[in-house]
Write a protein that binds this ligand. Sequence first.
Ligand code: HEM
Length: 368
Amino acid sequence: MVNFPYQFILPVLGISDPEQIKCLDPLRFDPHIQRLHELNRAGRADEIGALLHYLLSGLKDTGSLSQEECVAVMRDLGIFMGILKKMGFEPVQQHPALLPVLCSIANRTAMPPRDTLLHYTLWNPDNERTRSYTGAGDELDLIRSVKMSYPDLLLAIIMLDKLYISSFVGEEFKSTCDVIRESISSMIDGIVHAKRNVSPAFFANELRFYYDPIIVDRPEPYMGPGAVEMPMFLFDHILWNCDLEDEQYNAFKESFLPYNFEFVRKTYMYYKGKPSVWSSVIKNLSEFPSVETLKAAEAVLDFSYILKGFRKPHKRLADQSYAYKQDFNRATGSGGYSVDILDKIMDLQTSRILVLQEAIKSARKQLT
Ligand code: HEM
């Protein structure tokens, strides 16, 4: 992980300090985590419902909670909803008392009326206070694998944004590229951690069902807290595809916007239709061919290879996990997409990086 003072940078982006949220327990769920796991293992939906109502009855009016407390309540209700959904219930239909609480928190936090990946990972406490559906080591390690990459992914996005407005030459440009390389590499660390510690069979036949979409306040479901919600799509957007016209891929990226921070939504819209970093580098090389612009292009290409380093093993992990699935009708992930979308993204990325590689190759020839 990059050693970076996130506690200072996140408030500037309008993001509450995750460490503060992790400490909060306004639903008073802490003493009941183990019990919930036991009830889940035993399949006792009625008792899970009773525990949920007991906790809701002790909750203060959401209007009197701070924004951080609202986030913590949503995080904990999400665990109940995921378990009930896996048991075959629509949680809000089965427990209508949830609806006003979910909607009020959604209003207060400008997030959907359900939990997201942020609640499940970045805002989830560590150690014995970690909220999980099962308490199983594999699940805790999946949570850890996202926790170890998420903050650095945010840093990579911030630095890429900084890179975009720079002059695309010089030492500062190069050192920004180095920080991006280091921070985006944490995505690979996350995949390596998941590969080593999350059994594909356990994921395929147990975990993934907790991340299923649920119905809340409209006929269309809200998707569950899967890693697909990570703003990796925003990093890609700025780096190589905000100027790409591909209906399916653009719909894919935009489907995750509501589940992300406001800063992610705003940054996405700001870049939409603008030339990407790769396009700008290529234009720079052709308009101002020089050793300086070539060095800058090489520095961008260098950290861009990390994308492949993340996506190839991630695809293998997804393939392995889905190969174990026992229900042949269910081939989609938490985002509602099948593993094929991963090939599609890799194909688009490869075709675009080839253009950058070609531009660098011909600039090298021209300048030597
Ligand atoms: C057992 C572990 C995992 C499996 C089986 C898995 C599976 C999948 C699948 C099937 C998708 C496609 C879309 C969808 O979900 O609807 C996806 C997307 C995605 N996953 Fe995972 N995943 C796993 C772990 C992780 C981890 C640990 C990370 C990050 C640290 C991650 C990050 C992503 C991202 C960013 C996407 C969006 C597509 C992309 O940018 O390439 N996944 N995953």
